[in-house]
Design a binder for this molecule. Structure first.
Ligand SMILES: [Zn+2]
Length: 328
């Protein structure tokens, strides 16, 4: 499917062609009847609805929707958020600006992909949802997965894919019917679940396309990480791109509520350059820019370090005897 089939507004003329109305969200674990409490009020304007702000790994600016916490399970979410048509338009037009970081992302996510071997992952077919330019698909081929497939809405990211994976990427959002049921050994989602408006249908679709016994690997920001607790309202994860901010407990509850067996959860060790860490730092933008220029001049901005900096991973499994209900 081409991105032309996605519902979207005219990106060249967003103001005139797009509806900027907001939609409410509900807790995907507890359902619409669960109450919630506001943690932070919204601080965005309509000018923030541009593709540059909805692009992966941009320099965070702490612009966010109203943020609430579910009174029942504790899941933190944005409420209300941009409507589906608007967000689909923004993600399909989002920029691919992290080419220099894909080596470190391969190192970080490859480390967790290899954790699946402990659970005897089948190495027939792997699907990555939100695969960007396909760097992890390349890593999976190096790790001897036989067939790799990606889904990515950003046309610019797909255009930047390496030749060996480019024709394995579908430029679309993950949705029912995109893939046959019961065909993947592994499904990966890195920094995806926190961006989408409706995690329940996405997880249900993952379960359907996985084979019985198949594994899912998800990595997200962790709202209970030390960095998020210390920085509080200054944390870079409070961001207009994030609908949900999970903890290990709420990630586990969400996957279990959709029929997955959770094998393990834990903090992620990320490999970063000094440049990327400084871009995340809670400093005023002019200070940040001068520090970035100085470290670049000194040639130290590409120094790498591996730290547990605020992400969490979950490995889940579709039960071997899971009954797949026929599509309606
Ligand atoms: Zn809840």
């Amino acid at each position: 499917m081409s991105p032309g089939n996605l519902p979207k507004c005219d990106q060249g003329n967003l103001r005139e062609t797009c509806d900027f109305s907001l939609r409410s969200t509900t807790c995907p674990i507890c359902g619409p009847t669960a109450a919630s409490q506001e943690i932070y009020p919204a601080n965005f304007t309509v000018d923030h609805f541009v593709p540059e702000i909805f692009s992966a790994r941009r320099t965070p600016d702490r612009v966010h929707y109203r943020i609430v916490r579910c009174s029942r399970c504790g899941l933190v979410r944005s409420d209300p958020i941009g409507n589906e048509r608007l967000l689909t338009t923004l993600y399909s037009a989002s920029r691919f600006q992290y080419g220099a970081e894909t080596g470190d992302l391969k190192t970080t996510y490859g480390r967790y992909l290899r954790k699946l071997e402990k659970y005897h992952a089948g190495k027939g077919t792997l699907l990555e949802i939100g695969c960007g330019n396909g760097y992890l698909l390349e890593q999976a081929l190096n790790d001897n997965y036989r067939v790799v497939v990606g889904v990515e809405p950003s046309r610019e990211a797909v255009a930047a894919a390496a030749p060996q994976v480019k024709n394995r990427i579908v430029c679309d959002i993950m949705r029912p019917g995109l893939f046959e049921e019961n065909q993947f050994d592994v499904v990966c989602m890195f920094q995806v679940l926190d961006h989408i408006a409706e995690p329940v249908p996405l997880l249900d679709e993952c379960r359907k396309v996985l084979k019985p016994g198949g594994l899912v690997l998800a990595i997200n920001h962790n709202i209970e990480a030390i960095s998020a607790r210390v920085l509080g309202p200054r944390s870079p994860i409070l961001d207009i791109e994030h609908t949900f901010l999970f903890s290990r407990s709420t990630m586990r509850k969400l996957f279990e509520s959709r029929g997955f067996l959770v094998e393990e959860t834990g903090p992620v060790l990320n490999t970063y350059t000094l440049n990327y860490l400084l871009r995340l730092a809670p400093l005023p933008m002019p200070v940040k820019e001068s520090v970035l220029r100085a470290t670049h001049r000194l040639g130290v901005d590409s120094i790498r370090t591996t730290l547990p900096l605020g992400n969490l991973y979950l490995i889940g499994r579709v039960p071997r005897d899971y009954h797949i209900t026929p599509r309606a």
